[in-house]
Ligand binder design. Structure first.
Ligand code: BGC
Length: 757
């Protein structure tokens, strides 16, 4: 029988209710024993369980229980694989059940605005559609085990520099299209039990007390049903926060805020009903967990195997010339660089997992009886030249038939709490890679990093395998990929720019410590590089395979549609190589209507297909109005203009294979009111005013005997442009053309009457 939460809330005293809206300690919610409200625990997240028993902290300094570290989101995002993420979620959910954790604090889906954000390794993508879809899959997996998630950090928290107080200055269209869309997709598709608000302010107001964000957008527009929890110590004004929609404050913050809530209800500045709503939301989820708690087994060794499987699907083969990869076991192979022995497999901060075991590539090679020559080359923890180690590495490389360099970012460079200062690998590593490549043409670089790095040596090496932060079974996964038991199938969820100076937020990241201006607007990631036609090191969506794929037979189920209809797109993919492999097919939309400034193309669908040699499969996508739309602030809604669009199918955002055109008709007209400053251009662009403008202005006052049936808005605009009137306001009719003022006023009324009908 379903619990009667409302009846329970009625029995609570005012004091009990205010207490339930705050944490008992660092990780626990509060109890009311007399009414059987039990205590539940929450825990970080997101790619494993950081359950702390003793000294708690939110930066991962102190040890947590031994657990299993899955690949971080930077890696799993590259899998573009919703089923894989769902099953990883199931595993995490089971681990939580086994450890009695009611909510896993993740996934974290903030947009990668700059490659320098210290926490990018925990985030998914520069693209909101991919971030939202990936998060939804993981949430569904975790919550299928009756464990909650916390979608974080809501919102516009895209840097670590002064993250607790910084004011993010961003316009609404950009917020909606780039920074909120991922949250929206995940909320609508997966209903996370909780959403965690971020520390920062948005346009002056703390996220933790922003009613527009926490209530209007999240609940009223998107239909969020769970409770909102603060990021740890993110509360500024507790009473304002509760009113805005912040239900639970975490963790315990000294008691002042409990008293503030109590006082506010007593003195009438906070309605008790607001408190009741928050308590109801919190208790609904507490009991959703408790009433369905299923003791489970935490089989760390078995889960270790699954982390290897996830990483194998996530690594990205960035470059592979002369089929340097896969390696052959018979080759004389050198492993160079300390990461071969001590892989960097996770990031620092609150997501830091106390991994129960970690395998390195070197250990995995040994376990599989593959002889490799190892040279340490450089340290995995600092940037320090070591001439003797370098010399030895070069010698070992020279004597081998293939040199695999295990490079990456040391922990200290990349973490929650601070941002990176450059996009470079440690200088000692760049030096070594060039030195090795100079003597060994068959040089392969394997990377361990949470976000893009510059590769000054890219033309000197044959192959680059991007492992990201691949979890505790990184060693097995790396070997399997290098030697071809696994065919790489990941693709980049972010652009690798050539240099930091090219990045869209350069100069406006991370701001001055008080505020940060998102001046690049909607042009984030590939949206920016494509708009500016800039070369990049590796584009969004790029990733190679040991086999090849061909794309054919692009079909749309209709060539024209209304914005109330859906469009089905199919395309055939064939494995044209000799190995089984997986291809991530990407669908991009290009808006050709010219109705608004938009990115050249945007990702609107992806599918991962598994194909044996010679096999063909069909990828199917369904597009709806939202796929075509941009956020129209005048309308206060998503809007897809009438006109032409291209559906483009790509193997990456810059490897576009097939294209088809489609016409869309908007059933909701854009908001338009005519006044003295309305231009002829605007009147000609709107189908509702075009004819009257041609007849009552062009013909009557300018003697343009336009053939009303024949002339297009564009044709008419050309004539107007020639005469220099296209951009003049209607008031010019009486100011420069001698039309009586009253006639112009009447005309304006008539246009508006047309628009109202
Ligand atoms: C982080 C959150 C984390 C929380 C609890 C905060 O500092 O931003 O992501 O869940 O601490 O550790």
């Amino acid at each position: 029988m379903a619990r009667d939460i409302a009846a329970l809330v009625k029995q609570l005293s005012l004091e009990e209710k205010t207490r339930l809206c705050g944490g008992e300690d660092f990780w626990h919610l509060r109890t009311v024993e007399r009414l059987g409200i039990p205590q539940v625990m929450v825990s970080d997240g997101p790619h494993g369980l950081r359950k702390q028993k003793d000294t708690p902290d939110h930066l991962g300094h102190n040890d947590s229980i031994k657990a299993v570290c899955f690949p971080a989101a930077c890696a799993t995002a590259s899998s573009f694989d919703k089923d894989l993420l769902f099953s990883m979620g199931e595993k995490l959910g089971e681990e939580c059940q086994a450890e009695n954790v009611s909510v896993l604090l993740g996934p974290a889906i903030n947009i990668k605005r700059s490659p320098l954000c210290g926490r990018n390794f925990e985030y998914i993508s520069e693209d909101p559609y991919l971030a939202g879809k990936s998060a939804a899959a993981l949430i569904k997996g975790i919550q299928s085990k009756n464990v909650g998630t916390s979608l974080k950090h809501f919102a516009a928290n895209n840097q670590e520099f002064f993250r607790t107080t910084v004011d993010t200055i961003v316009d609404e269209r950009t917020l909606r299209e780039i920074y909120l869309t991922g949250f929206e997709i995940a909320v609508k598709e997966a209903q996370p039990w909780t959403v965690m608000c971020s520390y920062n302010r948005i346009n002056g107001l703390h996220a933790s007390e922003n009613p527009w964000l926490l209530t209007q957008v999240l609940r009223d527009e998107w239909g969020f049903e769970g409770f909102v929890v603060s990021d740890w110590y993110a509360v500024n004004d507790r009473v304002a926060g509760l009113k805005a929609g912040l239900d639970l404050e975490m963790p315990y913050s000294g008691g002042h805020n409990d008293k503030a809530l109590l006082e506010a209800v007593k003195n009438g500045t906070l309605a008790e009903s607001v408190l009741d709503t928050a308590v109801t939301r919190i208790l609904t989820k507490v009991f959703a967990y408790v009433d369905n708690h299923k003791p489970a087994q935490f089989d760390r060794d078995k889960d270790h195997e699954q982390t290897a499987a996830v990483e194998k699907e996530s690594a990205v083969l960035l470059k592979n010339e002369a089929q340097a990869l896969p390696l052959q076991k018979e080759q004389r192979i050198a492993f160079i660089g300390a990461f071969a022995e001590k892989p960097r497999f996770q990031g620092g901060g609150s997501s830091h997992i106390n991994a129960h075991k970690v395998t390195s590539a070197l250990a995995a090679a040994k376990a599989q009886g593959i002889p490799v020559q190892y040279a340490y080359g450089f340290s995995a923890t600092e940037d320090k030249e070591d001439p003797a180690a370098l010399e030895y590495a070069v010698k070992v490389a020279q004597e081998a038939e293939a040199a695999v360099i295990f490079a990456g970012l040391p922990d200290i460079i990349e973490s929650e709490g601070y941002d990176r200062e450059t996009m470079r690998l440690p200088a000692c590593q760049n030096t070594l890679i060039s030195a090795v490549a100079a003597v060994q043409p068959n040089t392969i670089v394997v990377l361990h990093n949470g976000s893009p790095v510059e590769m000054p040596w890219i033309n000197q090496v044959r192959s680059v395998l991007e492992l990201y932060l691949g979890g505790q079974a990184l060693g097995e996964a790396t070997l399997s990929l290098l030697f071809g038991q696994t065919n790489p199938s990941g693709k980049l969820a972010e652009t690798f720019p050539l240099r930091l100076e090219d990045t869209p937020s350069y100069g406006n990241f991370p701001g001055n410590g008080r505020s940060v201006q998102y001046t690049e607007g909607i042009f984030v990631g590939y949206r920016y590089y494509d708009y500016r036609k800039m070369p990049v090191l590796f584009p969004f969506g790029h990733g190679l395979s040991y086999t090849t794929f061909s794309y054919s037979n692009l079909k749309l189920d209709k060539s024209a549609l209304k914005d109330t209809e859906t469009l089905t797109v199919t395309v055939d993919i064939t494995n044209t190589g000799k190995r089984a492999g997986k291809e991530i097919v990407q669908l991009y939309l290009e808006d050709k209507t010219g109705a608004a400034l938009r990115p050249i193309r945007e990702l609107k669908g992806f599918e991962k297909l598994s194909l044996t040699p010679g096999e063909t499969k069909t990828a199917t996508f369904t597009l709806d109005k939202r796929s075509f739309a941009w956020y129209h602030t005048g309308l206060g809604d998503w809007y897809a203009a009438s006109g032409a669009y291209d559906i483009v199918i790509g193997a990456s955002s810059r490897d576009l294979r097939l294209r088809a055109a489609v016409q869309l008709t908007a059933t909701v007209p854009p908001p338009f009111r005519v006044d003295w400053n309305t231009t002829m251009d605007a009147l000609l662009k709107d189908p509702r005013t075009k004819e009257k403008a041609l007849k009552d202005i062009s013909e009557r006052y300018f003697n343009m005997n336009a053939d009303l049936q024949g002339i297009t808005a564009l044709g008419a605009a050309a004539i107007w442009l020639e005469r220099g009137y296209l951009e003049s306001p209607l008031r010019n009719l009486y100011m420069t053309r001698g039309v009586p003022y009253e006639d112009v006023a009447r005309l304006i009324d008539e246009f508006n009457a047309l628009l109202e009908n």
